[in-house]
Design a protein around this ligand. Structure first.
Ligand SMILES: Cc1ncc(COP(=O)(O)OP(=O)(O)O)c(N)n1
Ligand SMILES: Cc1nc(C(=O)O)sc1CCOP(=O)(O)O
Ligand SMILES: [Mg+2]
Length: 525
């Protein structure tokens, strides 16, 4: 009898690669399998095409039959349904038509029945790294049947030009073409510039991310264009770079991360893969597989490509000289004073009613109380009042960063805390070099409505692995006495709480109990 006990591999998210076989092992299905397995997913394959390929030539391309293509899709869907799908080489228009029809009709049916949503990433492969075409004859493929069916399309510079039917020469043309493609296919676009070199920046590998339809992240990042810049690594071993990137994006999304995160993690994964790449044949060698990226230097720098204010870099905020520990976030002055009396050394005043007639008074009083008790008082949102009354620090959300005068806050020697809800927001926050970064919301919370989903401990662990030692990291959202030990095991530096104190009948005593529970919990359980 089959062993039906769940095993750890049963927890692996299933990712499909619908792509062509590269007999040389560096790209296509082979690169996708290596990537998906390396990123802790279970990889299934739907082979569209066989290629007789090495690192220097593509000698024969042979599409599978329609029957075989559909049989692979239907067979897998019954038993190994995907969390995410990466689509690579489609050898002819017929395969595009068949697959898009299947994605439009069969997959949604399955999703509806199972209450799942599947991310679909299309890498419109046309040319192998040796320069040979892979997409059959001279007639250009029409990808419009995929309109509305994709989460992301990832053309390189050459493919983007072909997809929009234009010759593109400079960055602004690439950006416009990416926006046009986003509109015409009704999808997000990652226009890769890695193959462009000197036409963009010879020292950087830069991609343009046009986001037009993303969910579960801050509103300001949902309809926006970004330039993602990584150091260009001097190497000719770039065989399978695009396949690796798109299958990494699919894998990271299958693991529960939002699109923005999947893109930056995948880009870091590719950078590390090129750095450790190796040569096997006479042509470009394949990328190494180096596991989930944990080196901050491999992650891209993010800048906005939209009109409007941009975030400053290189300004310094006050460094926090001691641990924040248990960091209460309160809306009432009376609670603030009670907690200071109970020993709180860092505390935040968070008043969400901007029409509160006593707003300025309360902020001024909180700051004075902070001085009386030699505690660090952070003011949430009202940075101008915090400046006016000389607060220790200000806490701002990602949306607030564009309105606040960050230079004035830094010049006043004030500390700055920034909220984040994803890898992407953490990277953006870190580019401002704040005094601490908050990571939320870790568990469900009723204190505020969140556009993002609860992060959970697995994501918190990933963020801590990447940023520990770079900034004090504060976990927030749904943290209470019973969750403290698990949160502590992630190695996060500090915790912030609202309800755990505001809903207590004896907040002073509860503060002391939670604070000592936090201090005494072990980092390793
Ligand atoms: C420690 C800490 N972390 C996160 C927040 C949330 O700040 P923000 O994103 O600005 O949202 P509001 O608190 O203004 O609703 C915080 N205040 N403190
Ligand atoms: C104010 C706030 N900001 C969050 C974020 O994730 O940015 S979560 C949150 C509320 C935290 O309240 P509680 O401890 O009651 O769950
Ligand atoms: Mg705020």
């Amino acid at each position: 009898m089959a062993n039906l006990e769940p095993t750890s591999s049963a927890l692996k998210p299933v990712v499909w690669s619908i792509a062509g076989s590269d007999s040389g092992g560096g790209a296509g299905i082979q690169a996708d399998l290596a990537t998906m397995n390396d990123l802790a997913c279970h990889a299934c394959t739907v082979i569209t095409t066989l290629t007789a390929q090495s690192s220097v030539a593509v000698n024969l391309v042979e599409p599978v039959s329609d029957e075989m293509l559909l049989a692979q899709l239907d067979t897998l869907l019954q038993d190994l349904p995907p969390k995410a799908i990466k689509i690579g080489l489609l050898a002819n228009q017929r395969q595009i038509d068949l697959l898009s029809r299947w994605l439009a009709l069969d997959l949604p049916d399955h999703n509806k029945r199972n209450g799942t949503e599947v991310a679909v990433i299309l890498d419109p492969v046309m040319i192998a790294s040796c320069g040979d075409r892979l997409d059959g004859d001279d007639t250009r493929l029409d990808f419009t049947p995929f309109k509305g069916l994709l989460t992301l399309i990832t053309p390189n510079a050459l493919e983007l030009g072909e997809l929009v039917g234009q010759t593109l020469t400079d960055m602004s043309q690439y950006h416009q073409a990416a926006k046009d493609l986003s509109l015409s296919l009704d999808t997000n676009v990652l226009a890769k510039g890695g193959d462009k070199g000197p036409a963009w920046r010879s020292d950087l590998a830069q991609d343009i991310f046009v986001c037009t339809r993303a969910a579960a992240c801050s509103e300001i990042h949902q309809q926006a264009s970004f330039l993602l810049s990584s150091q260009r690594i001097a190497s000719n071993n770039n065989h399978g770079t695009g396949c690796t990137l798109s299958s990494a994006i699919a894998s990271v999304m299958a693991s529960g991360f939002v699109l923005h995160d999947a893109i930056v993690v995948a880009k870091a994964y590719v950078s590390a893969g090129i750095k450790h790449s190796y040569r096997v044949g006479d042509g470009p060698g394949p990328l190494a597989r180096t596991g989930w990226p944990k080196e901050l230097s491999a992650f891209p720098k993010i800048s906005s490509l939209d009109d409007g204010p941009s975030l400053p870099r290189g300004i310094k905020f006050k460094a926090i000289d001691e641990r924040l520990g248990l960091y209460p976030v309160v809306s009432e002055l009376s609670l603030l004073e009670t907690l200071l009396r109970a020993g709180a050394k860092t505390i935040q005043l968070r008043i969400k009613d901007e029409n509160d007639p006593h707003l300025e008074d309360k902020i001024a009083q909180a700051i004075v109380l902070g001085r009386d008790y030699q505690a660090k008082v952070f003011i949430n949102d009202y940075w101008e009042l915090a400046l006016k009354h000389n607060a220790y620090g200000v806490h701002l959300g990602q949306e607030d960063l564009y309105d606040a005068d960050l230079k004035r806050i830094a010049d006043a020697q004030m500390a700055l805390g920034i909220s984040s809800h994803s890898y992407f927001e953490l990277l953006l926050a870190s580019q401002i070099t704040p005094s601490y970064i908050a990571l939320g919301h870790i568990f469900p919370t009723t204190t505020k409505e969140m556009p993002s989903a609860p992060q959970g401990l697995m994501k918190l662990q990933h963020y801590v692995d990447l940023f520990k030692g770079h900034y004090p990291l504060v976990a927030i959202g749904g943290i209470n006495a019973s969750r403290i030990p698990k949160v502590k095991t992630t190695g996060v530096d500090d915790i912030a709480v609202v309800r755990a104190l505001s809903e207590s009948e004896q907040p002073g005593a509860t503060y002391r109990a939670l604070s000592s529970a936090w201090e005494q919990a072990n980092v390793v359980e």
